[in-house]
Design a binder for this molecule. Structure first.
Ligand code: GLU
Length: 302
């Protein structure tokens, strides 16, 4: 795609959009809407359009879903400008960023299993939860002494890595903001709110990464300038903005769009009644028909 020139004659930086599905199921209409909206806006801004495969979850990611999602996107008319980036091929980059946060005292190893945490928190009335609905980490391993941490690690105990939210927020000077567009043309400066995530998990037990760390590192590595994604990820943006600040990464513009829901108002990925794109195709749906239907539902012209 051609580089646009700024009015003063200097070469302007070409914007970069990305669509970043996780290959843990077939794409449904909600994914189709997000992909088509990305493409529409990328075209309007003469931007590059990238595809990123978010496949760091070894329990759920499958190669056949990756192949299927690329087929479905091609069929839909969503095209990307360079070979897709696969997150599973960049684990060393995520590990080294995590290590840096640990060295700076901003992250710590946590030896608690999910069930340890659930047991401890469920026993207390109304234990607070993070924006994804998980119990806020009660901080057990934050209090471990360096020698105890070392001993547990030396014994081969498995651990995840957690951000020390209080220290991380204190390490940043002043409030953090980012530009949010929602459905409009004019962006608004939004104050990032990472605190509701508490000591969030940023490195899993099974892979040296998490959605949050991989997402911000990849957006920066790919030079992404504009992130268009569902409103279900809006709360995560406060945390992403904090990670960007801690890691010295640039901050893209954000546009969190409404989610496509079924007749009962349920998010499609969670809805049993919502068919995936390949079922719709098998039943004779056309890409033009899907674009028209989504456009009508979401009030966007595709
Ligand atoms: N991989 C995420 C998903 O499929 C999207 C992440 C993002 O756009 O930041 O829900």
């Amino acid at each position: 795609m051609a580089q646009e020139d700024a009015p003063d004659g200097k070469a302007a930086t070409q914007p970069v959009f990305r669509f970043a599905p996780s290959p843990n199921g077939y794409l449904h209409l909600g994914h189709a809407f997000s992909a088509l909206l990305n493409l529409k806006l990328a075209k309007a801004h003469h931007a590059r359009m990238l595809l990123r495969i978010e496949d760091i979850d070894p329990e759920r990611s499958r190669r056949h879903f990756e192949t299927a999602l690329m087929e479905d996107l091609n069929w839909l008319g969503f095209h990307w400008d360079e070979p897709p980036r696969r997150q599973s091929e960049h684990l060393a980059d995520y590990a080294s960023a995590l290590e840096g946060l640990v060295e700076r005292g901003l992250a710590y190893p946590c030896f608690c299993s999910r069930s340890d945490i659930a047991r401890a928190c469920a026993a207390k009335t109304d234990w607070p939860r993070d924006p994804d609905g998980a119990f806020l980490y009660p901080g057990v391993c934050r209090a471990l002494s360096p020698s105890e941490r070392g001993a547990r690690m030396a014994s081969g105990a498995r651990f995840s890595l957690r951000l020390d939210m209080a220290k991380a927020v204190a390490a940043i000077r002043g409030p953090l903001t980012y530009r949010e567009f929602h459905e409009g043309e004019d962006g608004l400066a939004v104050i990032a709110a990472p605190e509701p995530w508490g000591d969030v998990l940023i490195g899993r037990r099974d892979v040296p990464a998490s959605y949050h760390i991989a997402c911000v590192l990849d957006d920066a590595a790919q030079g992404v300038t504009d992130i268009v994604r569902g409103a279900d990820l809006e709360a995560a943006t406060g945390l992403h903005r904090l990670l960007q600040a801690l890691l010295g990464l640039q901050t893209p513009n954000y546009r969190h769009h409404r989610l496509v829901t079924d007749a009962e108002g349920c998010k499609l990925s969670k809805s049993k009644s919502s068919p995936c794109l390949r079922d719709l195709r098998a039943r004779g749906a056309s890409p033009a028909g899907i674009r028209a239907e989504l456009g009508r539902l979401m009030n966007v012209e595709f």
